[in-house]
Design a protein around this ligand. Structure first.
Ligand SMILES: [Zn+2]
Length: 89
């Protein structure tokens, strides 16, 4: 295995630490909360596994609300599931 220096981030649902390219980033910026596929948006970020189980869990536990200090719209949640289906790797 090659050593990568990708920073580890914690999934808001299951609490696992993973390299950030294996997680989705949700960011709270001036224009609201959105999915950040570039990992580069300024603002407060929350990470979640690219796994429907974790997304379901985060919705149920409102994990994003706690991390981002604000509600996440259904639109953002939908876009997470959409990205999962698209299988962007
Ligand atoms: Zn997770």
């Amino acid at each position: 295995m090659s050593e990568k220096t990708l920073p580890l981030r914690k999934c808001v649902a299951c609490g696992q630490m993973l390299p950030k390219d294996q997680l989705f980033r949700i960011v709270k910026s001036d224009d609201g909360i959105k999915l950040d596929l570039s990992y580069k948006c300024m603002g407060r970020g929350a990470y979640i596994c690219r796994d429907a189980k974790c997304i379901d869990l985060a919705v149920k536990k409102k994990s994003f609300n706690r991390s981002l200090r604000g509600p996440v719209s259904n639109e953002v949640i939908d876009s997470l599931y959409m990205e999962l289906e698209n299988g962007s790797r």
